[in-house]
Design a protein around this ligand. Structure first.
Ligand SMILES: [Zn+2]
Length: 370
């Protein structure tokens, strides 16, 4: 293991940077990169972000982006969350996978690569929370100054079973919703005097529960309507419910947006002759996809070289700040360690993978510069 990367990673993990506190981690970054880079603190609503640049000639602008905040340790640890310990090839500590290993590897690649053009690093301490004063706010500022990068790499943990197996070239969006079917409650012995919403529910449920709203494609799974809660009634056997409320979520591909979801639901309700209902649909994040191109190709080649594996190009899992680059029209890919203990006790990362990640990013940065 390269001692420089390892000690950098240990220094980062020692900062108890629970969102939105960078907890000294930005100074670790500055001390490591030194004065060859320019630093700008971008503070939004009291949240610190660090924008780092190095200009060498007139080539493209590549941004390496990530977050230094972590979720609270929680319970059940056998190690000390902010006092990293190496054991059997793993480094244990909060943030090892998500995503201080990725940040350490990005910093190493930035420091040691020869890059013709502008190389930047966008670091935030506001990713694990609401994430509106971090990457999103910095990109807004960069856009107003006409300094948006031409492309970006985010070293979030993307691999599934083996290091090198997955690059993320997009992410699904997320849409939340509620549907309330209204009726009229009454004594169970006089059903004709009630309007029981369970009967309306029975007519529409087959068209809601687990239904695929599109077919998906090579990179996205179908956008599935997933019901998360159904409730109504009074927990008794002699009174019918006055209304039933369903909650649902759709992790949507680029083929389905909230307008299409709303139109589908209204059609289902109309065909079931249900008129007395309330429907609320709120998109919480937009899907994006960076088409296969130089960025994913270059990264795939470096991964194949260092890991002897051809990565799949995926879009699964939760959201990350890469979505903001997507929203600002910046081609973005994500690649980082195996994701099997993020936000969990005894979070850990194999040091060998961190070293490989640094070399993969270094090769990728230099290949893009060429
Ligand atoms: Zn993360």
């Amino acid at each position: 293991m390269n001692p420089e990367i390892k000690s950098l990673l240990i220094d980062l993990i020692r900062c108890p940077s629970i969102t939105p506190d960078e907890a000294g981690s930005f100074q670790v970054v500055r001390d490591y990169l030194g004065d060859e880079f320019s630093y700008e603190s971008i503070e939004v609503a009291g949240i610190q972000n660090l924008w780092i640049t190095k200009e060498s000639g007139a080539g493209a602008h590549l941004c390496l982006a990530g977050h230094l905040d972590v979720v609270p340790p929680g319970e059940g640890w056998h190690y000390v969350p902010f006092e990293p310990i190496e054991e059997a090839g793993y480094l244990y500590g909060r943030g090892t996978q998500d995503m201080k290993a990725g940040v350490a590897a990005m910093l190493y690649a930035a420091k040691h690569s020869a890059f013709e053009g502008t190389l930047s690093l966008l670091l935030t301490a506001d990713e694990e929370g609401e994430a509106i004063y971090g990457t999103k706010a910095v990109l807004e500022q960069l856009r107003s100054r006409h300094q948006l990068p031409d492309m970006a790499i985010v070293a979030e943990p993307t691999c599934e079973a083996r290091f090198g197996d997955t690059i993320k070239i997009g992410r699904r969006g997320s849409i939340n919703g509620t549907l309330t079917l209204k009726g009229k409650s009454g004594h169970v012995a006089y059903p004709d005097k009630c309007l029981n919403p369970t009967e309306a529910l029975s007519r529409v449920l087959p068209y809601l529960a687990g239904v695929d709203l599109d077919r998906g494609d090579a990179h996205f799974a179908p956008s599935k309507l997933v019901i998360t809660d159904i409730r109504g009634g009074y927990e008794v056997c002699n009174l019918t419910p006055g209304s039933i409320k369903l909650m649902f979520n759709v992790r949507n591909s680029t083929a389905t947006d909230h307008g299409a979801l709303e139109a589908y639901l209204k059609r289902v309700l109309q065909e079931a002759e249900i008129v007395d209902y309330e429907l609320s649909i709120k998109p919480s994040s937009m899907p994006f996809m960076t088409p296969e191109g130089p960025l994913s190709r270059t990264l795939s080649e470096a991964i194949a070289h260092h890991c002897a594996i051809t990565p799949q190009l995926g879009t699964g899992g939760g959201t990350s700040d890469a979505r903001y680059f997507g929203a600002f029209g910046v081609p973005v890919v994500e690649f980082g360690p195996v994701n099997d203990r993020i936000h969990a006790p005894d979070e850990r990362v194999p040091l060998e993978d961190v070293q490989k990640l640094a070399m993969i990013l270094l090769d990728t940065v230099e290949a893009i510069a060429r």
